[in-house]
Design a protein around this ligand. Sequence first.
Ligand SMILES: NC(=[NH2+])NCCC[C@H](N)C(=O)O
Length: 200
Amino acid sequence: MGTISGTLAHYPDACVVWVDAHADINTPQTTDSGNIHGMPVSFLLGLDKSLSEYQWINRYLPANRLVYIGLRDVDSGEKKILRENGIKAFSMHEVDKFGIGKVVEMALDHVNPKRDLPIHLSFDVDGLDPSVAPSTGTPVRGGLTFREGHYICEAINETGLLVALDIMEVNPSLADAAAVAQTVAVGNSLARAALGESLL
Ligand SMILES: NC(=[NH2+])NCCC[C@H](N)C(=O)O
């Protein structure tokens, strides 16, 4: 919430590409778990303004400037919110169906059709398959491969429009040393890819 609010303060027309297994768009009313980490997008969009803790958010992201990639664990209340607000989401089903190249293109066509808006990339490493990024709080099987994750970052770098990047949910206290090292390494290499490191 802090970083995207900061991006919007500086770039009011920015769009957000949110890579995640989860939509994180519950409201305090729809959440099953009660976990705030399942709610930040609802606060960013201004769908819920009831919590005094988040009343500092004064610039809301329009629903048509948000796109998800990688979803596969979405609560029923969240599905309703996505539908009712017309929020575009490419789940793992679409990644399987179209391939990651096409999905990134379609995602950008939706959120940034003229390729002229600043992009904030929020990349939760649980969007990756747990075999790729094991040390994270809410792993869900059936995720993005190592290359699919990196492709997203490379393709967004290629737009030249990236202004902000979050690598989220690397949690070094949740696995053994080898799994932690693997997760930290993949988080770092996603960041390098988004910042312009290329294969050739
Ligand atoms: N940032 C995360 N790890 N989010 C997981 C959210 C899981 C679930 N949808 C919830 O609201 O509790």
